[in-house]
Design a binder for this molecule. Structure first.
Ligand SMILES: [Zn+2]
Length: 451
């Protein structure tokens, strides 16, 4: 079997279903994943899937493949990704697979995989493709059973959260997998829910379930303003990313949310590390220090940030994109429901609205992500050349992930995209004038290295 290697990406497998996943590939993916689990010494796999039309077929084929590798499989059905992660931890499975294409359009599907405490990425995902090409699988007859995990997940949240005040909360799940779970859960917690697109509809008729795109939050912003709500919460298709709208209709990104969480957690755990990706604002670093913590900047990407949280034994990690990880009173995976409840609890305890929770935070000006198309075979070399250029100018740089150049009044970051043939640029500065200047000069420099 010769799969399209391009669908084996840095953090997951993802493709247009009809083009690259349909047919026997999911069965072979199951066999290769099950084989990897067995080689790691494991035998039990929990599997779930999102609400896409192609998910049941893809999941069933994967289950068959996993069981024929000799692993036992427990199928938790159609669930948001955090419920699958929760099930792995709560019931002690050796591994897990989530059939999902997160926020991608309806024609896509894919799979995210976990072995032990680690999300698969990079070489480990390429190895699955190698096993399929070589037809090199473990053999056996694992048991297959179905089980329910939503109930225990909801019970965990009900046991761990309670609210004195009735918070008025807008919720937009973009017709993804999370709506049918979160609305009744939040109502049971006494939250006054204003639901938007919370029914499951994998044709995503209203907007793609991706709160990182401001356009996708505009209906939620309107709902918050029209009804004078305390907050609006937007989720991605499989419920592992959160976008927040404050009481004034402003968008709070992942780095701002981390400031709010860090201030609470560092009171309890002074001196703890807070992990965040290179795209985050300097204000996060400043606020973590002010709150008595150690800011740790790390590579962008779900699996990388999550692994760093474990190796640094940090209570909190997150990304600008809205993946938020709590190892403080929780298991350390990214769960947008849990992250929302932590935020609502801070609002409840302090009596403050979201914008007021960011008191004293210096406001920087930043660009959105700028994508510059560049073929995969050229993008890494371009970043290396840009790095040498700025190093020779005696500017302070960080090469944790791509190259981040620090100027006196701001910074600029350029990285090779892990998922697309492109460079990704983002810049931040103390004021609009400085940002314009950095943007003009930095983009002009990057441009000279694209040929
Ligand atoms: Zn997601």
């Amino acid at each position: 079997m010769e799969p399209n290697r391009n669908i084996f990406r840095e953090y997951d497998i993802r493709a247009v279903y009809e083009e690259d996943l349909k047919g026997e590939l999911p069965y072979y993916l199951g066999k290769s994943f099950g084989s990897a689990v067995k080689k790691d010494g494991g035998k039990s796999v929990c599997i779930g899937g999102d609400n896409r039309l192609t998910t049941p077929e893809m999941k069933d084929k994967m289950i068959k493949g996993i069981s024929e590798s000799g692993c036992n499989v427990a199928d938790v059905g159609i669930v948001p990704t955090p419920v699958l992660y929760f099930a792995i931890h709560k019931y002690g499975f050796d591994a897990g697979a989530m059939v999902t294409a997160s926020h991608n359009p309806p024609e896509f599907n894919g799979v995210k995989m976990v072995i032990g405490n680690k999300s698969l990425y990079g070489k480990d995902i390429q190895k699955l493709a190698d096993l399929i090409e070589k037809n090199d699988f473990e053999k056996g007859h694992g048991e297959i059973r179905t089980m329910e995990a939503d109930g225990d997940y909801a019970d965990f949240m009900l046991k761990n959260f309670s609210f004195k005040n009735t918070l008025r909360v807008g919720i937009d799940t973009g017709n993804g997998t999370l709506g049918p779970l979160i609305v009744p859960l939040f109502k049971k917690l006494g939250i006054d829910v204003f639901p938007l697109y919370t029914d499951s509809d994998p044709s995503f008729p209203n907007h793609l379930p991706d709160p990182l795109v401001p356009e996708n939050l505009k209906d939620l912003i309107k709902t918050v303003l029209d009804n004078k709500l305390d907050i609006g919460l937007g989720y991605d298709g499989d419920g592992d990313r959160l976008g927040v709208v404050d009481e004034n209709g402003g968008i709070l990104w992942g780095d701002q949310l981390l400031i709010i969480y860090a201030r609470e957690i560092l009171k309890k755990s002074p001196g703890a590390s807070v992990i965040f990706d290179v795209k985050c604002s300097k204000s996060l670093e400043e606020e973590v220090k002010k709150a008595g913590g150690v800011p740790v900047m790390w590579k962008t990407g779900h699996s990388l940030i999550e692994n760093k949280l474990h190796t640094e034994k940090a209570p909190l990690a997150g990304e600008l994109s809205g993946h938020l990880y709590f190892a403080d009173d929780y298991y350390g995976f990214d769960d947008a429901v849990y992250a929302s409840l932590r935020l609502l609890r801070i609002m409840d305890r302090t009596g403050k609205k979201p914008s007021a929770l960011l008191y004293g935070v210096k406001k920087y000006h930043a660009t959105p992500e700028i994508r510059i198309e560049l073929p995969d075979e050229k993008k890494f070399e371009a970043v290396e050349n840009i790095k040498s250029h700025f190093t020779s100018k005696n500017l302070r740089i960080s090469d944790i992930d791509g190259v981040k150049v620090f100027f006196t009044d701001g910074w600029a970051l350029v990285r090779a995209s892990n998922t697309q043939p492109a460079l990704v640029v983002r810049m931040e500065a103390e004021n609009a004038g400085s940002l314009e200047k950095i943007k003009k000069e930095f983009l002009a420099t990057v441009d000279t290295f694209l040929v």
